[in-house]
Each structure stands twice: as C-alpha cells, then as structure tokens.
Write a new protein. Structure first.
Length: 95
C-alpha cells in the first residue's frame, strides 16, 4: 500500500487496501475477504481499525458479513445460495 496523506486515519488506509482487494476480485463472483484478525496482524493495526474499515464498506453495500463466516464481496446477483465462494489471498504489503 502506498504512503498516506499526512493526518490520514488508519482505518482509511485499511479501507483503501480492502478496495484494492475488491477490485482484484471483480468479475470472479462472491469472494471471501480476509478475517478481522488476519488483516489486523498482516497490516499491524488494531481489530477496531479493521472493523471500522469493514463497517464503512458494509454501509456502502460493497461487502456483506455472514456471522461466524466472514466478510464477502457483495455480488451483483440476489441469489446467494447458488454462488460459489472464492477466498482472496493477501498480498504481503504493509501499511
């Protein structure tokens, strides 16, 4: 991930990182995004920071959360039962 503007909040950096993963998954169908803990460890930020970024994406309708399963890229179709899920791998970049 590139350098942030001075004074930019950490959750915005995580948000941009997740946006890049979502763009990478475009056209693949519904993809599972990294867990809160996995992303927190990888980017060296708090769980609350990752949760804030995911919440913002969820409010925008770009991701959805399945309890005890994780966060998924919001697919265009309404029928979630027939969708195959793909797990996204994390690049090794740091914030």
């Amino acid at each position: 991930m590139g350098r942030a503007a001075p004074g930019e909040f950490a959750y915005r950096k995580v948000y941009r990182y997740l946006e890049a993963l979502i763009e990478q998954a475009a056209g693949v169908g519904t993809c599972r995004l990294p867990s809160l803990r996995e992303l927190s460890r990888r980017l060296r930020v708090s769980l609350a920071t990752v949760q804030s970024a995911y919440s913002l994406l969820e409010e925008e309708g770009r991701v959805h959360c399945l309890p005890r399963s994780g966060y998924y890229v919001q697919s265009g179709g309404k029928d979630q039962a027939a969708v195959s899920y793909t797990h996204l791998t994390l690049p090794t970049k740091r914030i």
